[in-house]
Write a new protein. Structure first.
Length: 140
């Protein structure tokens, strides 16, 4: 394992990890918890996840989940530079552009998502959790 490997966990990966106990996302969560990889999320993820969790479980549960997440991951800032790059980008989805440029600004190695197509316009490697786990397994 490479504990120096830096990942952006897209919010779809984080949401799925909470849904399935034997999923690839859960295996990835274990690597994050054991500090075998360095995981990040953009600051944007926190508001998105709060909104989604709050609708289902209420505000206090949402805050509890986010407090736990905050301990496990690095939070990438979304600043004026990131917003400007996202505004000028050719990404069709503004939120994805923000996440992508937050990754570039913070030298993230790979984006982990369930929907690789949304980042196809970028130059950073993009993988699913399953693909990353397969690559890490080969490198052992």
């Amino acid at each position: 394992m490479n504990p120096n490997l830096t990942l952006l966990l897209d919010d779809d990966v984080i949401r799925k990890a909470k849904d399935y106990s034997k999923s690839n996302e859960t295996s990835l969560s274990k690597l994050v918890e054991e500090k075998k990889v360095h995981a990040s999320v953009s600051a944007l993820h926190f508001s998105n996840l709060f909104y989604i969790i709050r609708k289902v479980k209420g505000s206090e549960s949402a805050k509890s989940v986010l407090r736990k997440l905050k301990i496990l991951v690095n939070i990438l800032p979304v600043d004026e530079k990131v917003i400007e790059l996202a505004l000028e980008s050719n990404f069709s989805d503004f939120e994805d552009a923000i996440q992508y440029y937050a990754c570039l600004d913070n030298k993230i190695d790979v984006i982990i998502t369930r929907n690789k197509d949304v980042f196809r316009r970028g130059k950073l490697p993009v993988m699913t959790a399953e693909e990353l786990l397969a690559v890490l397994k080969l490198k052992r």
